[in-house]
Write a protein that binds this ligand. Structure first.
Ligand SMILES: Cc1ncc(COP(=O)(O)O)c(C=O)c1O
Length: 365
């Protein structure tokens, strides 16, 4: 039991993972091998998707999705601003313009009404983010996309195992992208990502694009880059994937413990799960007016916390000049109040209890 210091999350490594790494090293086959192929098949199956395309990161997966949909200069993509910068930067790299939609205060995901308001003749796609593991409200988003002939790319980087309206994320839009960064619901102990789609043509296109646009060793027929996942990481991912369904349930159970214990705390708003959603609880995020003071207090008590996200994307110095007129009330409200508490499949009930008790102590003053 980790009673002294409680980390925000931990990464799972076992002997099977260590052996898988050694096996790849011994095999002498480091790229474009069986491990990536089997991880693609296994992860697609987990999502109930037809195709999986492994990638070097969630960011490169998103870039590949945008390029595969021929989105580029002069095009607009509607994205939330309350997300990690990597939702928007692939849009910018492709030469297109991110247009920022405000979020719902309860689910932290983009508001469908906002999306509708932001559509222009230049809009090519909507990119909802399943933030913290709570799915975006995909039903109305898909209706809007269909009515306006727009593509939908799910940023599912935080939402392995989440569901919306009875469907696994990763199969709802045209393309979905996942991250295997070390903190995520499953990881490859380094950088990695995965794309899922049910569209055969797009799947083929992205598989080619992530390998220099090549159809064979010597011939590039389209734009491409090296966005491949290495065999060592894929081998780690394959072992992690076996545990993923159990880990999602453990995350949900641990989140439920928090929610139960927080029942009577004034000053803290706990996360919700919409009645059409299955939350994958990548993060357990509370809102409080005293966020910074509480984070400092918990740190003194050896409890790690995180802020996702302190600066919304439209306010990042990197692109601020282009968006100085943009006002996103809910996004800015949440950025000042959200606090992520320790959560992973391995945190114990006693640790959760200690976190909640310390939060209660803080508010008692
Ligand atoms: C919402 C979101 N989008 C995109 C990414 C980018 O993924 P990666 O770090 O694997 O490039 C992340 C993860 O960090 C993320 O949380």
């Amino acid at each position: 039991m980790r009673m002294d210091k409680i980390p925000l999350c931990t990464m799972y490594i076992d002997d099977e993972i260590k052996k898988a790494v050694i096996d790849v090293i011994d095999s002498g086959w480091y790229v474009k091998g069986e491990n990536a192929k089997l991880l693609e098949e296994g992860f697609a199956k987990f999502c109930h998707a037809k195709y999986g395309i492994s990638a070097s990161s969630g960011t490169s997966a998103l870039f590949l999705a945008i390029k595969a949909l021929d989105i580029g200069k002069g095009d607009e993509v509607i994205v939330p601003s309350f997300t990690f910068i990597a939702t928007a930067s692939p849009v910018i790299l492709a030469g297109a313009t991110p247009i920022f939609a405000d979020i719902d205060l309860k689910t932290y995901t983009m508001k469908p009404k906002e999306v509708e308001r932001l559509i222009t003749p230049k809009t090519k796609a909507i990119m909802p983010v399943h933030l913290y593991g709570h799915p975006a409200e995909m039903k109305p988003i898909l209706d809007i996309a269909r009515d306006n002939n727009l593509k939908v790319i799910e940023d599912a980087c935080q939402a392995h195992g989440a569901m919306a309206f009875g469907h696994m994320v990763g199969t709802i839009g045209d393309i979905a992208c996942f991250s295997y960064f070390p903190s995520k619901n499953m990881t490859v102990a380094g950088e990695g990502g995965m794309i899922t789609t049910n569209d055969e043509e797009l799947a083929k296109k992205m598989a080619i694009m992530k390998d220099h646009g090549r159809i064979d060793k010597h011939t590039s027929t389209t734009f491409g880059f090296n966005f491949r996942l290495s065999e060592i990481h894929a081998a780690i991912g394959r072992v992690q994937l076996k545990h993923l369904p159990d880990w999602i349930e453990a995350r949900r159970k641990n989140a439920a413990h928090y929610t139960e214990l927080f029942d009577d705390v004034d000053g803290v708003e706990i996360p919700v799960e919409a009645n059409w959603a299955k939350h994958a609880y990548h993060l357990y995020v509370i809102k409080t007016e005293k966020r910074d003071e509480l984070a400092k207090y918990l740190k003194e008590k050896n409890i790690a916390t995180g802020i996702h996200y302190y600066i919304p994307v439209h306010k990042q110095p990197y692109i601020l000049d282009n968006y100085s007129e943009v006002k996103l009330e809910n996004t800015e409200f949440c950025a000042e109040r959200v606090l992520s508490l320790p959560l992973d499949p391995r945190i114990s009930f006693m640790e959760i209890k200690r976190v909640v008790e310390e939060v209660k102590n803080f508010f008692k003053g």
